[in-house]
Design a protein around this ligand. Structure first.
Ligand code: AMP
Length: 279
């Protein structure tokens, strides 16, 4: 497995693969890799001749009061996980490689970026869309893999790829969870024992909401029930619990819907979501 730490090295490798006619699967990450990331890499391994994983903690997607400085970084362990999951290359650039002096452009996916998490993290999805476009242009993959765990991010990346005619298939992959239901996340490492004990309640609350929706309860009733259940955690601050259309992230109009929630346990912000189905 190759480690490319400059853009030039990654471009050279990816273009060589392309010249050889190899399909390229790409998994962008911020590192501190876990089984959720591994599932994306394995899926990319199955569907492509070559697989690249990027590990880059993107400063542009963190707000000034967020956890950029303390975000967990563990390159040695990440490298082992990538190799075991079948990656051919890791792209591990410095911030200066991605954002050289004078960097001034950004990608704005209007509307979608202001909803849900966007309302609580201004500029977050501009940072995400900007770095994802840059990484896609560096690697020019056949397929890029994103987790449904970050559902809003997946929807925004799909919209951007469509709007900007990117020649890359965006593949959404199911959320990998702990046995107790908590969605795997690099940020779970921040949780105190007490918070870790409470965290599975997020998925449980979403399951309750999904059940009520299946029974035909209206959107407001489902959202209220999820919030009530989460409020019972005591220490949790609920940013939102919303039933939305899975493409527009606005109020659902057809039968398809998704239930998303963001909760803060102490200083740690956790997100999760589930698909909804009417009976
Ligand atoms: P991150 O390193 O948190 O930026 O995540 C990199 C990619 O891994 C994103 O596409 C995430 O949606 C995905 N991912 C993170 N956690 C999970 C999980 N528990 N299950 C599946 N995919 C995940």
């Amino acid at each position: 497995m190759t480690v490319a730490s400059t853009k030039k090295a990654m471009v050279a490798l990816a273009r060589r693969w392309a010249r050889q006619g190899r399909s390229i699967g790409f998994v962008p990450t911020m590192g501190s890799l876990h089984e959720g990331h591994a599932s994306l890499i394995r899926r990319a391994r199955k569907e492509n001749a070559r697989v690249a994983v990027s590990i880059f903690v993107n400063p542009k997607q963190f707000g000034p009061d967020e956890d950029y400085a303390r975000y967990p970084r563990s390159f040695a362990a990440d490298r082992r996980l990538c190799a075991a999951a079948g990656a051919d290359a890791i792209y591990h650039p410095t911030v200066e490689q991605v954002y050289p002096p004078g960097f001034a452009s950004s990608v704005e996916v209007a509307g979608l970026s202001e909803r849900l998490c966007g309302a609580f993290r201004p500029g977050h999805f501009r940072g995400v869309a900007t770095v994802v476009l840059k990484l896609l242009e560096t690697v020019r993959p056949t397929r890029a893999y994103f987790g449904e765990k970050d559902f809003q991010q997946l929807v925004i990346v799909r919209r951007m790829a469509d709007d900007l005619d990117l020649d890359c298939r965006i593949v959404g992959c199911p959320t990998v969870r702990e046995k107790d239901g908590l969605a795997l996340s690099s940020r779970n490492a921040y949780l105190s024992d007490e918070e870790r004990g409470a965290a599975p309640a997020i998925r449980a609350a979403l399951e309750l909401g999904a059940k009520l929706w299946t029974e035909g309860k209206p959107r407001e009733r489902v959202e209220a029930a999820v919030k009530e259940t989460l409020a019972a955690l005591g220490s949790a601050t609920i940013d939102y619990a919303s039933v939305v259309d899975p493409e527009t992230l606005a109020e659902p109009t057809g039968p398809r819907a998704r239930l998303l929630a963001a909760v803060r346990l102490g200083r740690t912000r956790l997100i999760d979501n589930l698909p909804l189905r009417r009976r």
